[in-house]
Design a protein. Structure first.
Length: 118
């Protein structure tokens, strides 16, 4: 059960990371100094998309699942397993990535506008 808990915690952390990546910039409207954490997360996410290196959370989830005797994620990773083809059609992945980038940029523009007004 402990290994399964590790795998499930990694999965939840992965979903939380992706949610924060997408909408975390809006938190900086309320807490302006948090923008730097969001910039780092967005930069990591962009680099991951461009370079395509394996995510450490995927590795942790796979480790936990294999130790618990469960199937690991497919070689294509977390997003392809849990989101692409489930939440949105696989063939729209680039559109989803662009929409996430637009949401991030809108949140950052809001931070800048609020900073100028304040």
């Amino acid at each position: 059960m402990g290994y399964r808990l590790v795998a499930d915690a990694a999965m939840v952390a992965h979903f939380a990371f992706l949610a924060y990546l997408t909408v975390g910039g809006f938190l900086a409207w309320r807490w302006p100094r948090s923008i730097w954490v969001h910039v780092a997360v967005a930069a990591y996410g962009l680099a991951n998309v461009l370079v395509g290196w394996p995510c450490p959370l995927t590795h942790v989830e796979d480790w936990g699942r294999s130790r618990a005797g469960e199937a690991t994620l497919p070689a294509t990773g977390f997003i392809d397993h849990y989101l692409a083809g489930v939440v949105y059609p696989k063939e729209h992945e680039v559109v989803v990535q662009v929409l996430v980038a637009v949401v991030v940029l809108v949140s950052w523009a809001g931070v800048l506008l609020r900073r100028r007004r304040g």
